[in-house]
Design a protein around this ligand. Structure first.
Ligand SMILES: NC(=O)c1ccc[n+]([C@@H]2O[C@H](COP(=O)([O-])OP(=O)(O)OC[C@H]3O[C@@H](n4cnc5c(N)ncnc54)[C@H](O)[C@@H]3O)[C@@H](O)[C@H]2O)c1
Length: 214
């Protein structure tokens, strides 16, 4: 069962998968406990932030002992719902999409692109990096067939909203949008947009204004 979480800041939420990944490596290296300082050095996040983040989840650590690795790992696994595999679809298998297909979350066994769509693919499908790629004309049927919850969108900007409109009529819950288009979707779908230019501009702004905290 997924633990009931108090409302936690979005910045903390974003770090959860990272904590999970680093705790896994501590666990794999045989560590039974870890201090916020050790986590800080490994993750390059300051220890005060780590302690503050962890405090949102209740008293997980003990003074002078640090954090119990198996307990923390179990907590994050449940919180991140890692028991249940997430089946992901990729829409748009061009330059960026092909790179994602090849990468396919190698370090995360519970997240995987299981199906992809591209206008250049035949309706009956073709294999690319061991993943079936279909023509978008069969998208709705295939998304249901593969039990897709989440879609990665790497289509050209001009096609992005049209794809989102079709997705709005399916059961998918999230879109990871790599197009620079601000998508309009119903409340039932969550969109995370990763706009490379915005990220670069933000970083440029931050390095030129070092006094601003992130
Ligand atoms: N390439 C990059 O480094 C990069 C970086 C950041 C963001 N992006 C963004 O990602 C998106 C994809 O970029 P790219 O360079 O991979 O483009 P691309 O032209 O190489 O690939 C787009 C693919 O989408 C397919 N496509 C077009 N309409 C479609 C539809 N309706 N359904 C399914 N597939 C469809 C095309 O056949 C093509 O294979 C763009 O919106 C771009 O702005 C690209």
């Amino acid at each position: 069962m997924r633990p009931e979480l108090p409302k936690i800041p979005q910045a903390t939420t974003k770090r959860l998968p990272l904590y999970y990944r680093f705790l896994q490596s501590f666990h794999n290296a045989g560590h039974k406990r870890v201090s916020s300082q050790e986590l800080s050095e490994a993750m390059k996040i300051d220890s005060a932030t780590i302690r503050r983040d962890f405090s949102h989840f209740g008293a997980l650590g003990k003074k002078g002992y640090g954090y119990d690795v198996p307990t923390l790992l179990e907590f994050f696994r449940k919180t991140l719902d890692q028991d249940e595999a997430a089946h992901v679809a990729l829409i748009g298998v061009g330059s960026l999409g092909t790179a994602f297909l090849k990468y396919n979350f190698q370090k995360n066994h519970n997240t995987k692109i299981v199906v992809a769509f591209d206008t250049k693919a035949p309706v009956e499908g073709m294999m690319k990096s061991e993943i079936p790629v279909f023509h978008p004309s069969v998208m709705e049927t295939k998304l249901a067939e593969y039990g897709i919850e989440l879609v990665i969108c790497t289509v050209p900007s001009r096609s992005a909203q049209e794809v989102a409109d079709r997705l709005a009529k399916t059961k998918i819950k999230g879109i990871l949008n790599f197009t620079p288009v601000r998508l309009t979707v119903p409340d039932t779908i969550r969109v995370h947009t990763i706009d490379l230019s915005v990220e670069v501009q933000t970083l440029i702004y931050l390095i030129r204004n070092e006094h601003i905290e992130d």
